[in-house]
Design a protein around this ligand. Structure first.
Ligand code: FAD
Length: 271
C-alpha cells in the first residue's frame, strides 16, 4: 500500500547488506524505509513437480546455499549461492535482495539466466512473472515497477541429460565479487552429441551476457577440443566487456575465453 502511494520515495529493505552501504554513501536518500523483515510467508524453499524450485524472496543466501532440497535439485545453484561474498554477508543477504539490487557483478544472475529462471513480482495491482533474461535492464535497473516487490524465484528443473556449472573468477580477494562469472547449461543426446548449450557471463556487461550464437555452434555436434576452443573464442570476440577495478576490457576478453572453455569441459565431465 505504502509502495503504491509513494513508490519513488519509499525504499524496500530486506537484508540491508547493499541498501545500508548506499545510504551511508548518500547515493540514495529515501524518505521512508520499508522493511520486509516481518514477511515470514516469503521464507520458504519448495519443489513442485512440473514447475521446479520455488524460493521465497526473503530466503537468505545462506539458507539457499545450505538447503538440502536445493542441493539435491539444483546443486550448481546452491554452490553459486555459496560463492557470494562471505558467510556474514550470506547470513543477512536475501535471494530477492541480490536479484533486485541488479549489480552487474553479482554471482547468482548469470546461472539463473542460463537455467531459464523467472521471478514473481507482486503489487496491489496483482502478480506477474518475469523471466530473469528480461528482469535485468541495466546498471542497478530491473523490470520491477516502483510499487512491486520480488516475492519468489522459480527455477525450472533441468531436462534429463542436462548439466549446469558456474565458474567464478576473482582478480582481487577471494571474497570479492567476480571479475568474470561464467555459467553453462549443457544438454546432451544419448549418442553424446550436444542438444543445447547455453552460456551466460556475469560481471562483463551491464546485464548478464548470453552467448546464443556461440552456443548454437555446438548444436547437433560432438564437443571436440577444437570445437570447444572455437566456441570459447566466439564468446570472447562476441562481447565488448567494460573495464573496472577488477580488470580491463582486454583482460576480461581473455578470461571469458578461458572460462567458457572450462565451463563447457566441466559440464561435459559432470563436475
Ligand atoms: C562485503 C560484501 C561482499 C559481497 N560479495 C558479493 C559477491 O561475491 N557476489 C554477489 O553476488 N553479491 C555480493 N554482495 C552483494 C550481496 O549479495 C547483496 O548485497 C545482497 O544480496 C542484497 O540482499 P539484501 O537482502 O541485503 O538486500 P538489501 O540491501 O536490503 O536491498 C538491496 C536492493 O534491493 C531492493 N530489494 C530488496 N529486497 C527486495 C524485494 N524482495 N523486492 C524488491 N526490491 C527489493 C532494495 O530496495 C535495494 O534497492 C556482497 C555484498 C557485500 C556487502
Amino acid at each position: 500500500m505504502l509502495l503504491s502511494k509513494d513508490g519513488d520515495q519509499t525504499k524496500i529493505i530486506a537484508g540491508g547488506t547493499a541498501l545500508v552501504i548506499m545510504l551511508k554513501n548518500r547515493l540514495i536518500s529515501p524518505s521512508v524505509l520499508l522493511s520486509l523483515g516481518g514477511l515470514n510467508d516469503l521464507r520458504y524453499i519448495r519443489h513442485q513437480p512440473g514447475t521446479g524450485l520455488r524460493i521465497g524472496g526473503l530466503v537468505t543466501i545462506r539458507e539457499a546455499e545450505t538447503s538440502s532440497l536445493l542441493r539435491d535439485k539444483q546443486p550448481t545453484l546452491a554452490e553459486t549461492f555459496g560463492k557470494v561474498g562471505n558467510v556474514r554477508v550470506r547470513n543477512a543477504a536475501t535471494v530477492g535482495g541480490n536479484l533486485s539490487e541488479a549489480d552487474y557483478a553479482s554471482d547468482p544472475p548469470s546461472i539463473l539466466v542460463a537455467l531459464r529462471a523467472k521471478v514473481k513480482a507482486y503489487s496491489v495491482k496483482g502478480e506477474r512473472e518475469i523471466p530473469l533474461a528480461e528482469f535485468f535492464q541495466g546498471f542497478y535497473e530491473t523490470a520491477l515497477a516502483p510499487d512491486e516487490i520480488l516475492t519468489e524465484l522459480i527455477v525450472p528443473d533441468l531436462n534429463p541429460g542436462s548439466r549446469s556449472i558456474y565458474l567464478k573468477y576473482v582478480s582481487r580477494s577471494s571474497e570479492d565479487r567476480p571479475c568474470v562469472g561464467m555459467a553453462a547449461v549443457l544438454e546432451t543426446e544419448s549418442d553424446g552429441s550436444c542438444k543445447e548449450l547455453r552460456l551466460v557471463a556475469g560481471a562483463v556487461t551491464e546485464t548478464p551476457q548470453s552467448f546464443e550464437s556461440a552456443g548454437a555452434m555446438a548444436c547437433g555436434k560432438r564437443l571436440t577440443d577444437p570445437l570447444i576452443e572455437e566456441i570459447a573464442e566466439a564468446c570472447s570476440s562476441g562481447v565488448e566487456p567494460f573495464s573496472d577495478l577488477r580488470g580491463s576490457a582486454w583482460y576480461r576478453k581473455q578470461i571469458i575465453r578461458v572460462m567458457a572453455r572450462r565451463a563447457i569441459q566441466q559440464a561435459m565431465a559432470g563436475q
